[in-house]
Design a protein around this ligand. Structure first.
Ligand SMILES: [Zn+2]
Length: 245
């Protein structure tokens, strides 16, 4: 089947057309959108990737720092990149459009739903043929065992994806409205707080003025008392002189 490119829920997907149809069915059944780190690669991309991560082996014993040795164009190559293995150009399932690398939430979903035909490749003995690449999934029609009868049409799938987007959009709109309401509420509360603070300031100011006035009155009272005491003292000492001639 041909290689197709479609946007699904805003994320671009490029792979074999039939593999894509089953990917859409998985999305329709609840597989998380997006999370695709690598899908179809044309031969040039595959070669670029391979040359980026491998060099020619120095001799028959050379297995490189990762013990990963491959044959390509009649020569041995060893991996020199920690970014992970890449199949030699011409032998990657990514070049056929039947492989997609996913992030963990999508992998987790595919592990739970193998009936959509997207699985990690297995060797004849049942072990994963690329043990380190937990993100690498391949489509095999023979593994796509979900009932065709239950399968939605292409239009239904497109609808489902579109509606999910619209639903997400609506709930985003609702959240934005709530946020705006909350923000308006917060700003009216802030206005109230500012108003109360100003009022409080004015009152504190008035209390301050009254305090100053009271302190002034006390000062005057003290002065008057001091004057009075002085006068009394003078009167008393005057009496003394009169009594003692
Ligand atoms: Zn891969």
């Amino acid at each position: 089947m041909p290689i197709v490119t479609h946007a699904v829920g805003g994320f671009s997907v490029t792979c074999d057309a039939e593999a894509f149809a089953w990917y859409l069915r998985a999305v329709r059944a609840g597989m998380p959108l997006g999370g695709i780190t690598s899908d179809y690669r044309d031969p040039d991309q595959q070669e670029w990737l391979f040359r980026d991560r491998y060099r020619l082996a120095y001799n028959d014993q050379d297995r490189g720092p990762y013990g990963d040795r491959r044959w390509w164009r009649g020569q041995a190559w060893v991996r020199i990149s920690a970014k992970g293995p890449v199949a030699p150009p011409g032998s990657s399932r990514h070049e056929t459009g039947f492989a997609i690398d996913f992030e963990w939430p999508q992998c987790q979903w595919l592990i739970d739903h193998p009936e959509f035909g997207w699985r990690r490749p297995l060797d004849a003995d049942g072990s994963f043929s690329i043990p380190s690449e937990w993100w690498h999934y391949e489509f095999d029609k023979r593994n796509a065992t979900a009932q065709e009868d239950d399968m939605p049409t292409a239009d239904e799938i497109a609808d489902a994806v579109f509606n999910r987007k619209a639903r997400d959009g609506r709930s985003l709109g609702e959240m934005a409205k709530q946020a705006a309401d909350a923000s308006r509420d917060a700003s009216s509360k802030a206005d109230k707080i500012i108003r109360l603070t100003r009022e409080l300031d004015a009152r504190v100011g008035r209390v301050g003025e009254q305090n100053t006035y009271i302190i002034e009155l006390q000062r005057k009272a003290h002065a008057a008392i001091a004057e009075l005491e002085k006068a009394l003292d003078a009167a008393e000492s005057g009496d003394d002189t009169e009594e003692k001639p």
